[in-house]
Design a protein around this ligand. Sequence first.
Ligand SMILES: [Cu+2]
Length: 145
Amino acid sequence: MAGAVASYRRFLSSHSTQGGAMKSVGMRFIYVMVFLACQVPHAWAHAKLVRSDPSARAILTRAPSVIQLWFNEKLEPAYSSAELRDGAGTLVSTEKAAIAPSNAKQLMLKIPSLAGGEYVVQYRALSVDGHIAESSFRFFVRARP
Ligand SMILES: [Cu+2]
C-alpha cells in the first residue's frame, strides 16, 4: 500500500516535471521565435546583390554582351529591372532586364556592343517576399588600341 502510493507519487512527480520541462522548452521556443520575429526583419530587410558579372569596378579588356546580377533572394519579374548607362548618364541598354530562365535569383540584361569607357549598372530588384534591393555600380571597358 505504502509502496503503491510512493510509486504513484513518483509517477505523478516524474510526469509533472517532464511536462513542466517540455512546457518550458516549448515556451522558450516561442519566446525565441517571437524575439527573432521582432529582431530579424531589420537584418533581413533587404534583398541583396550577391555578385555580378561584370563585377563592380571591374576593368575589362573585352566588352560584355550581357550584364548578370545574382541576388540572395528569388526575384519578382515584374518589379525587377536593371539598366546600363554610360559615364555621362546616357542610357545605353536598349532591352529590358529579365530573370534568368534557370535561376529565379538572377537578373540578366542584354546590352549593345560597348565602346571603351566607364559604365554604370543601375538595378532595382524586388524579391518575392517583398524586399527591395536598389543600387548601382560601375565598371570600365578599356578602349581597343
Ligand atoms: Cu527578403
